[in-house]
Design a binder for this molecule. Structure first.
Ligand code: ZN
Ligand code: ZN
Length: 555
């Protein structure tokens, strides 16, 4: 009998981001222990990123988790730090590739359940519900959810202990000493964890460029209360659908001023339902449907709605176009944007603001009053967390390259000597020894196109982008057995300026006529000749080359 190979217990603890370093969104971070040919893995968060204008028809982008899928026998779980889309939104899409338990808090479990149900996966996914502040074990990873504060219920940081080392994965957080809801930041536990020793802090970088401390939700709540108290007409508040603290604050302001609350937007209704299932918003009273809005006196109603990012189908965009079936506002009514505009959404938001201005409706945004506070740590808060945890080393995450770099510089200048800027697809050693890039893994993006998952690089979006610039021409040629035309050449166009068809058809006919008969037997060669001729003709008249598709039918 051959002796069993002795396992090397000095193996590395590694970190592999598959999304979330280099962009804000699509968070997917993997921690691994063990020999590199038999590494045991834990995935932290599995989120989406929203599509950009450059990818027509793509609303959602997913991280490519093919590398983990190919080793799923060694993947011990997906831990979700909180219920935001950029941390949880990809689970229903990608779980079938990964097939492992999912660990999350009760609120995240409620939000996830809706998505799994829609995907027909609710019976299959083993969701392990863990209260914030509790410990659990997934394979060789001893984990603990530590309560933090953020902009959604039950945000957590994740403490991961392994034989090889200890990591505190911050999740998304800020220090809010007076949140409207929730148990708040567990400062005592974080200090204790610091006392026990933290090798690496993997930390949120979103607001590292801002000095000082974030305002508290309580301050935002006070501002909303003052504004609503002074309002005389109808009030509409639009915010992030998942921001239950803010929803609670708006409802409180309404109730204090004798206003009924009407909810518009499916996502916001879903959040409210999930929050109530977890014991939140118990004292918010009956929330009315949008059909009831029109029957209420202007000074007795508040509308709470989605669309703070200018989403064209959301309630506030339709109200601003005076196209909402149940809700309309009059001159002098007030809309509060209790949100910030996420970079990339500026055009859409300003369209809604301009439409509201056309209707002579008053608007307050976070530029005019403290009606929003971000859920991410500014410099003062980062420094505070470093002080509590005293990590040996730091890896910045949840940021674009400029945020990651600034966070690295900030951490170094605040006494953390060992800092490494991570990259999606690069494996970093966290322990033992100093941080170091040691390997690479395949990574990438996937597009959600309708109901299908397609590649991002060579997927349909690339072709659509091309089409959107130059349009398309279809040419059909029918050739008989004597290599002559059996019918006139047909040409159809879409997305081209008017009046080009005749010239393009003439170019196709000319190209056919000048092709010698023996060469007309080669259908592919003939198609290419015509394609080139049509593109060239378009270029000479129009100055652009359309996409040209030629179909040759041989009789
Ligand atoms: Zn996030
Ligand atoms: Zn978040």
């Amino acid at each position: 009998m051959t002796p069993k190979k002795k396992r090397d217990i000095s193996n590395d603890l590694v970190f592999l981001p598959l999304g979330g370093t280099g962009e804000i969104g699509m968070n997917c971070y993997c921690y691994g222990v063990g020999p590199n040919d038999d590494r045991q893995w834990l995935m932290v968060d599995l989120g989406v990123k929203f599509g950009e204008e450059t990818d027509p028809g793509i609303d959602v982008i997913l991280p490519d988790v093919g590398f983990m899928a190919s080793d799923k026998g060694n993947l011990h779980g997906i831990v979700l730090t909180h219920a935001h889309e950029d941390h949880l939104g990809a689970v229903a899409w990608l779980w079938p590739q990964l097939e492992c338990p999912v660990y999350c808090t009760p609120f995240a479990a409620q939000i996830l359940a809706l998505k799994l149900k829609e995907a027909g996966l609710d019976e299959q996914v083993p969701v392990k519900v863990i209260e914030a502040g509790s410990k659990f074990t997934a394979g060789p990873f001893a984990c603990e959810f530590v309560s933090v504060t953020h902009s959604i219920p039950e945000p957590t940081a994740l403490l991961i202990k392994t034989k090889q080392g200890t990591v505190l994965h911050s999740g998304d957080w800020k220090i809010d000493r007076s949140p409207v809801l929730g148990q708040g930041m567990d400062e005592k536990r974080l200090r204790a964890i610091g006392g026990e020793g933290v090798d690496v802090l993997v930390c949120d970088s979103t607001n590292v460029l801002r000095e000082g401390h974030s305002p508290s939700e309580a301050d935002v709540s006070d501002t909303l209360m003052q504004i609503v108290t002074h309002a005389t007409g109808r009030v509409a508040v639009t915010t992030f659908a998942s921001h239950v603290d803010r929803i609670a604050a708006a409802i409180r302001a309404a109730r204090a001023n004798g206003r009924e609350v009407v909810i518009a937007g499916r996502a916001m209704r879903n959040t409210i339902e999930a929050a109530r299932a977890c014991g939140m918003l118990k004292d918010s009273g009956r929330l009315l449907d949008e059909e009831e809005f029109g029957y209420l006196p202007p000074d007795k109603v508040m509308l709470l709605c989605t669309g703070s990012q200018g989403e064209p189908r959301a309630a506030i965009a339709r109200i601003a176009e005076d196209q909402h079936p149940h809700v309309s506002l009059d001159p002098g009514d007030l809309v509060i944007f209790s949100s910030k505009t996420i970079p990339g959404n500026e055009k859409e938001v300003s369209r809604v603001l301009n439409n509201l201005a056309r209707l002579d409706i008053d608007v307050i945004t976070s530029d005019e009053a403290l009606v929003h506070s971000s859920g991410h740590p500014r410099q003062g808060e980062l420094q505070q967390l470093y002080d509590w945890l005293k990590p040996r080393a730091l890896i910045p995450m949840h940021g674009e390259p400029r945020h990651l770099r600034a966070h690295a510089l900030f951490a170094r200048s605040h006494g953390i000597a060992d800092v490494l800027i991570p990259r999606d697809g690069f494996i970093a050693r966290l322990a033992p020894g100093p941080l170091a890039m040691i390997d690479e893994a395949p990574f990438g993006r996937l597009h959600v196109d309708g109901k299908l998952i397609v590649p991002s690089d060579d997927g349909p979006a690339k072709q659509r982008r091309k089409l959107s610039f130059v349009g398309i021409v279809f040419v059909t040629v029918v050739v008989n057995s004597r290599q002559d035309l059996a019918a006139d050449i047909e040409l159809l166009t879409d997305g081209l300026p008017m009046g080009l068809e005749d010239d393009l058809l003439e170019a196709a006919e000319h190209a056919f006529g000048s092709t010698p008969k023996p060469r007309r037997k080669d259908a592919a060669g003939l198609a290419e000749t015509l394609r080139t001729a049509v593109r060239r003709a378009a270029d000479s008249i129009w100055g652009k080359k359309p996409i040209v598709k030629v179909q040759v039918v041989m009789l």
